[in-house]
Write a protein of this length. Structure first.
Length: 726
């Protein structure tokens, strides 16, 4: 086939990139080679527009065993236990085919975990949609939730937490980010590399079909009306097949003849072959005629670019092929030797006797173009940064305002969502979705537990990308602190518009700088993650949306608690300082339909001291409940504590700041805790030692929330508004 300019453009390659291909090959590429380059040099696989910026992130600590660059990060949490975790996006596929897009997003992130030799023990999600005023948005949300539930439930892995946000900016371009965490207890980490000339390369798992062809390229361009014709680029998942694959792979990793294992995720066989070869500094030869397939007459091009699910590629020591086959035959899975390791550094692809591709593996995996796109501060910020002074007036009472905020989908109970998820399977979940600021899973046989949270606020990042990046990390850390966990590390999913837009690239760099600053201050490394560009439609780009997956460690799970107030007479204390800040708040959006102003200012040193004080109180056994002040401010935080505990509270704040900011401002570094009255003096000692602001707010009592005689609402009134239904 003639390689025309149109064909090059259809593969998402620029003319300069094609010239680079010609220089590498010293000849015209075959169609299969063009396809291979197109997916490996796509934004989705190569990070060609983001690699230089991502290099500033802190990625190392003495506990990090595997950092960015592998399928998942791995950390040592002591006592011979290692954890692997990662977050990934599946945005474009979910926009086009919500059920399968979300389902295969779950399948892909789970394979990233067990590819490392870890057993997945938890799933979390982070979802963004347009507002629920259209049938289309409702269809997308319901389809995505069903896809996550359908795959995770069938796998028998609990979905223990997440978040859902609705904003006009995500209209027609929803975000579906999924995180998973797994545990390694045998001291063996499996990496995605091939070694040893002559060692066999074995295809394992499901057969290859025509679904998901060029999925990586599809994820590396903007969504348009014609994108809905790209349904063949969306993979089709089979969770029952993946469950078999998981168990077979975990059995295989116990054997010393396994050298490397790689998921056939984005770019399918192309990605797995060239990445394994490049990581091991070797070459690889495969024969496509040996690949198991479920569709007739598949071309070499289709076989290399298909992203059919539930497939792996492994490298084992020569002579152990039969042992591998026995394991996978037991689990009723394919195990076929399709090639072997070479010493020439080339990825050589045959289709029977015909060579259809011969490319230096390193040029595909490591030598993609690296771009430094122009940056420009967005024009809209000049208007958006205008201070909200005076705060717009409203005829609503404070009771009505609080009820309206409780009904906002950003705040309201997501029970209708998480009730579709099996969050108790395997009986390790200590805090279920909706009960606490983070999900918690115990590690059986130990006193330890792991806390996990996903968090991000695109509106904050839209108004101030640097501050928004910092706030996302800080709030994710507060979330795990509020269940008694010490923040350990993050994985991030960075969702942005087109990197060709200078304003988007300015947002991207500032967000990463903010994440970097917060991680350094909190002492949490970044173990890996995902960049998702081209999240925009004809209506424009999404809000810059970094989603932070935070992991925390609890040494003694007996201290774990949730956000709900517990007993009559308990004392309610606010740690941190409430300030006159209302910009970017849920209050402005819901009550005044306004997105404007500067997001809350964060004193990161104060943040650290507040978190450390709460953790010391947990260690002392003082904390009966804890809840981060976030969307909706103090009033919403107190209402949620009452609703989860099914008990009221009488609150009296004496702070001299405007009442709207006091009740609904979203000042950072604040945590509401409750303690037994007899333990208040001990908590005060910890607070004084930490040198942090605080206020004793009141007591837990009755069946209503009363705040400064301005708000008086019964539990029933609040509950009626808090139950969001889609």
């Amino acid at each position: 086939m003639e390689i025309t300019k149109q064909l090059i453009a259809e593969h998402g390659l620029s003319e300069k990139e094609y010239e680079k291909i010609l220089n590498i090959l010293k000849r015209t590429p075959t169609l299969t080679e063009l396809g291979i380059f197109s997916v490996m040099w796509s934004e989705h696989c190569s990070y060609k527009s983001s690699r230089s910026t991502l290099s500033m992130l802190p990625t190392k600590s003495e506990k990090v065993l595997v950092g960015p660059g592998e399928n998942a990060g791995v950390m040592d949490i002591g006592d011979g236990i290692w954890i692997a975790f990662k977050i990934e996006s599946h945005n474009h596929p979910s926009a086009v085919e919500p059920y399968q897009g979300a389902a295969t997003g779950v399948g892909g992130i789970l394979r990233d975990i067990f590819t490392m030799g870890a057993r997945p023990i938890a799933i979390l999600d982070s979802l963004r949609f347009g507002e629920m005023d259209s049938a289309q948005n409702k269809r997308l949300l319901r389809g995505v939730v069903s896809g996550i539930a359908g795959y995770g439930n069938c796998m028998g892995i609990p979905t223990i937490g997440g978040e859902v946000c609705l904003e006009p900016a995500y209209e027609r371009n929803p975000l579906v980010n999924v995180m998973s965490l797994g545990v390694i207890t045998n001291g063996t980490i499996t990496k995605g590399a091939a070694y040893g000339e002559g060692n066999p390369i074995i295809y394992i798992g499901s057969a290859t079909g025509k679904d998901g062809i060029k999925g990586a390229s599809f994820a590396s361009r903007e969504l348009t009306e014609s994108s809905y014709e790209d349904r063949p680029a969306v993979q089709v998942g089979d969770p029952f097949m993946e469950k078999l694959l998981l168990e077979a792979c975990l059995e295989l990793v116990q054997e010393d003849y396994l050298l490397g294992m790689q998921d056939m995720g984005a770019a399918g066989l192309t990605c797995s072959t060239c990445e394994m070869a490049a990581r091991g500094a070797v070459g690889m030869e495969i024969d496509l005629s040996l690949v198991p397939r479920r569709a007739k007459d598949m071309s070499a091009y289709e076989l290399m670019l298909s992203e059919s699910q539930e497939r792996m590629l492994i490298c084992v020591k020569k002579g152990y092929e039969d042992e591998v086959e026995k394991i996978f035959k037991k689990w009723d899975l394919h195990s076929v030797v399709i090639g072997y390791v070479t010493n020439d550094g080339l990825l050589r692809v045959r289709d029977g006797e015909t060579i259809v591709a011969e490319i230096p593996a390193k040029t595909l995996a490591d030598d993609a173009p690296l771009y430094h796109h122009p940056e420009k501060e967005p024009e809209y910020l000049k208007e958006m940064r205008t201070e909200i002074n005076p705060v717009p007036t409203t005829t609503l009472t404070f009771n009505e305002i609080l009820l309206s905020l409780l009904a906002s989908p950003a705040i309201a109970s997501k029970a209708w969502i998480y009730e579709q998820y099996d969050h108790m399977v395997r009986t390790n979940t200590l805090i279920c979705p909706g009960k606490g600021d983070a999900g918690v899973v115990r590690l059986k046989g130990t006193k330890k537990a792991i806390a996990m949270s996903t968090d991000g606020n695109g509106r904050y990042c839209y108004l101030d990308p640097y501050a928004g990046g910092m706030l996302a990390v800080a709030e994710a850390a507060r979330n795990v602190v509020c269940v008694g966990a010490t923040p350990l590390a993050i994985t991030n999913c960075l969702n942005f518009g087109s990197p060709m837009d200078p304003e988007v690239m300015w947002q991207f760099r500032r967000v990463v700088e903010g994440i970097t600053a917060a991680c350094q201050a909190l002492g949490v490394p970044v173990t890996g993650g995902n960049v998702s560009f081209y999240n925009e439609s004809e209506d424009g780009p999404i809000y810059p949306t970094p989603v932070i997956g935070m992991v925390g460690i609890i040494q003694d799970a007996s201290v774990v608690t949730d956000m709900g107030f517990k007993d009559e007479g308990d004392v309610v204390v606010l740690l941190g300082l409430s300030q006159d800040e209302i910009g970017g708040s849920e209050y402005l959006k819901v009550i005044h339909r306004t997105v404007k102003g500067s997001p809350p200012v964060i004193d990161i040193k104060m943040e650290v001291r507040v978190q450390q004080a709460v953790l010391r109180a947990f260690e002392a056994g003082l904390i009966k409940s804890a809840h981060d002040c976030a969307e909706g401010g103090l009033a919403v935080t107190l209402a949620e504590c009452c609703l989860q505990g099914k008990i009221g509270a009488r609150i009296e704040s004496k702070l001299s700041i405007p009442i709207t900011s006091l009740l609904f401002g979203e000042s950072q570094s604040r945590i509401v805790v409750s303690v037994a009255k007899d333990n208040l003096s001990q908590l005060m000692q910890i607070i004084m030692q930490a040198d942090i602001p605080y206020e004793v707010l009141g007591v837990v009592e009755g069946e209503a929330l009363i705040i400064n005689d301005l708000i008086r609402l019964s539990l029933e009134e609040m509950e009626a508004n808090y139950q969001w239904q889609n």
